[in-house]
Every structure is written in C-alpha cells, then in structure tokens.
Design a protein around this ligand. Structure first.
Ligand code: HEM
Length: 396
C-alpha cells in the first residue's frame, strides 16, 4: 500500500498568536493584522484560550458582565499573590474607590507643579548633548521610579535600589519570562522592605500606600498582610514598569517621526504626540480575563472557564476605527485607543502617565532640536512592557 503524503497543513491563523514565537516577537503587528482580517474573535488551540483582536469586540468584552478578572493561573497573581487586578464586582469597585482620587485629574494637576515638573527638569538638565544617552537608565526608569516612590510615601532616595530589585520581578511578567530563583528572592527582599516601612508606621496616610492600607482594613474581606503586600507590589510595578516602556516608546517616536519633537513645544502638541505613540506602540499588548459563563462575543460563542486574551495593541490598529491605522497622525480625530484598557480595570494611572510623559516631551523639546537613534539599539521585546530596552539616543 502506498501512503499518499499529506500536504502540510497551514497553521491556523489564531495559533500564530504565540509570544514564544520569534516571528511574533519581531513583528506582532502582522499577526494582529492577519487575525483581524479573519475576524474579531478567535480560539487559539496553541494557547488554549480565546484571542480577541477587533477593537469593538475588545471594548465590549472588557466591559461584559460574563467576563471576570479573578483567575488563579494568572502570572501576576502567581507572582504577587491575589491583588487589585484579581478582584471583581463590588469588592473591586470599593478598593479602587480608595486609590482613584489620588490619581484623578485634579490630584495629578497638583503633582505636576510639586513633583513632576521639578523631577523632569532635573532629569533633562543632566543629559549631555552630542553623546549617546541610554534612554532607560538615564530617563525612562529615573522619572517613574522617583515619582512613584514619592506618591507611595517611600523614601525617594530608595528609587534606584528599588528599580534594581524589581528587575527579575518585571521580567517574569514579560517575554522571555524569568522563572529563576532570582524572582522569588527579589520578591522576598522588596516585600521585607515594604513590610518594614509599614510596621514602623513610616508611611504617611495621604499617600497611595496609606490609602491602600486603609482600603485593606475597611474591606469586606479580612485584613491580610500577604494581600496588602501583593497590592503594594502590583501598584509599584504598574506605575513604574509600564511607564518605563511608555517613555521609551514615546522618546523613540520623537526621534523617528518627523516633526514630532517640534510639536512638543506646546503642552497640547505634546499630549497629542504621547497619545498617538501610545496608540501605535502601547507597552501593554494584552489584558487577560476569564469567561465566567457561556456567552457570545461579536457573534462568536465563548465557553465558560476559558481564558480570554484581549489584544489592546491589535484594537489600536483596527482600520474599522482608525483611518490609516499604521500611520502616525497626532491630529487624528478618532478616539478610543485602548493603551490603558477599558472597563472596570481600566488603568487608573492614565492621567498621571500622560501628564508625566507630556511634561518630559515639552522639556526635551525646549532644550533640544533633534533626537537621533543610535543604530542597532531599537529592537523591541515583550508584550507586557513592550519597548526597546537598549534604546540609545543622541540629543542635540
Ligand atoms: C504608559 C503607562 C501605563 C500604561 C500603558 C498602563 C496600562 C494599564 C493597563 C492596560 C491596565 C489594565 C490591565 C488589565 O486590565 O488587565 C492597567 C491597570 C492598572 N494600572 Fe496602569 N498603565 C500605565 C501607567 C500606570 C501608572 C502611572 C499607574 C500609577 C499608579 C498605574 C496603575 C495601574 C493600576 C493600579 C492598575 C490596576 C487597576 C485595576 O485592576 O483596577 N498605571 N494599566
């Protein structure tokens, strides 16, 4: 009997959504485009989860009552313990209610003069023109870590030390994930540091940490030190590592998009540039959720108990919503970019991040007239904090 060779089967389009695939890491945008072309909602047999890539389906899904955040296998939960990201419904709303006022537009306007502008001025003044500047080390890690220390009531002089300790923890949430013992050790060191400050009563009440402690004490569930520490770590990481990636992407945008730096001489121009870079290159590519029951999303049945990956990055390039979606157009009229997600867990730090990034752009644009990428330094990695970690710029 002769066996007929079978034709190689094309890989199903949804299975190309694979963080571990070097092709996906090098250019996720072509995978998102192929997926969107095939439909807004897919099932990936490779990842054993649903993948949502259409803008409207991402919006609808992240706000759907059948979609929940509480999911034991989530990497952030396994790393930190159960935290704000894992709460749903009333418990989640109550918790957010405690910290949201410290991150609202009014509060952030206050931080602009008292904390953000002086910190950015000091950072920009320290940059030497004409020589390569490693962006993460000299700018993108400095501003968010010092700012978050201030807002969380941690000594600002600890910012550099904390940044170094958080490296393995940040790596475990991204690609390629760090699963070494270094993660466990780093977590123990940072937790001991936070526990020490909390137990000494060294943290003022009107800081994010003070509010989180109040929230945990007032919460419906019993006060539990592990949960407090998990949430403090999550907030520290959420406010810093996303911003490192965001600032790096924005500064890369200022270097490679003609006219972008000049537009940043005004605050309004800078805000538009920041928003458009974050639409095109959001640091956080996906939001993970879980189907609490069977439901239908954009015409596709979704089965309960399955994880769902909502692709914010793909949604931001959906041509059904954004005209010429791959083009940098800071004056575009369309709204609805999802770099900060949407629904109950939408980023409460959006105002802070946008204000911080825009202020940095304004001050850079007032001191420099050109930013140039040092060739070979702009290769991007990751899906949680996607950016070019080795980016180097010459400012003149
Ligand atoms: C470029 C900067 C930033 C980006 C792109 C970003 C993006 C996001 C995204 C996409 C989420 C939703 C995650 C999910 O639904 O699974 C989120 C949540 C969150 N972000 Fe941000 N973020 C940024 C900056 C900040 C800053 C400065 C803070 C300040 C504290 C912050 C605090 C948080 C917190 C606490 C959550 C959890 C909210 C919840 O679960 O209800 N983020 N962020």
């Amino acid at each position: 009997m002769t066996v007929q060779p079978t034709a190689p089967r094309a890989r199903p389009v949804a299975d190309r959504f694979d963080y571990h695939d070097p092709l996906f890491q090098a250019d996720p945008w072509q995978v998102y485009a192929a997926l969107r072309h095939a439909g807004p909602v897919h099932f990936s047999a490779a990842a054993n989860c649903y993948v949502v890539v259409g803008h409207d389906a991402v919006r609808e899904g992240l706000a759907h009552e059948a979609v929940v955040a509480d999911f034991p296998l989530r990497t952030s939960r396994r790393t930190f313990g159960r935290n704000l990201l894992d709460l749903d419904g009333a418990a989640h709303r109550a918790f957010r209610g405690h910290i949201a006022p410290l991150l609202g537009a009014r509060a952030v306007r206050g931080y602009l003069d008292t904390a953000i502008a002086p910190l950015v001025a000091e950072t920009v003044a320290a940059l030497e023109p004409g020589t390569p500047v490693p962006v993460v080390e000299r700018i993108a890690a400095v501003v968010p870590y010092r700012l978050m220390c201030g807002l969380m009531g941690l000594p600002e002089s600890d910012a550099g030390w904390l940044y170094a300790q958080m490296r393995p923890i940040a790596r475990t949430l991204d690609y390629p994930p760090d699963t070494s013992d270094a993660v466990r050790r780093a977590k123990a060191v940072v937790e001991a540091y936070l526990r020490g400050l909390v137990s000494q009563g060294a943290i003022p009440r009107e800081t994010m940490t003070g509010r989180i402690l109040d929230a945990m004490r007032d919460g419906a569930e019993p006060y539990d030190t592990a949960a407090v520490l998990a949430t403090l770590l999550l907030v520290l990481l959420a406010g810093t590592e996303t911003s490192i990636a965001g600032i790096t992407n924005v500064l890369h945008g200022l270097a490679v998009r003609p006219g972008a730096l000049a537009r940043c001489r005004t605050k309004d121009g800078a805000v538009r540039v920041v928003r458009e870079v974050l639409r095109l290159k959001p640091p956080v590519h996906t939001a993970l959720r879980f189907a609490a029951r069977d439901f239908t999303l954009a015409g596709t049945p979704v089965q309960r108990r399955y994880p769902i990956l909502f692709s914010l990055a793909s949604a931001n390039r959906d041509g059904a919503v954004f005209r010429d979606p791959d083009t940098f157009a800071p004056d575009r009229a369309e709204r609805g970019a999802l770099a900060f997600a949407t629904g109950p867990h939408a980023c409460p730090g959006m105002n802070l991040a946008e204000t911080e990034f825009a202020e940095l752009c304004v001050q850079l644009a007032r001191r420099f007239t050109s930013l140039a990428v040092v060739p070979g330094t702009d290769s991007e990695h990751g899906h949680s904090f996607r950016h070019a970690p080795g980016l180097s710029l010459v400012l003149s």
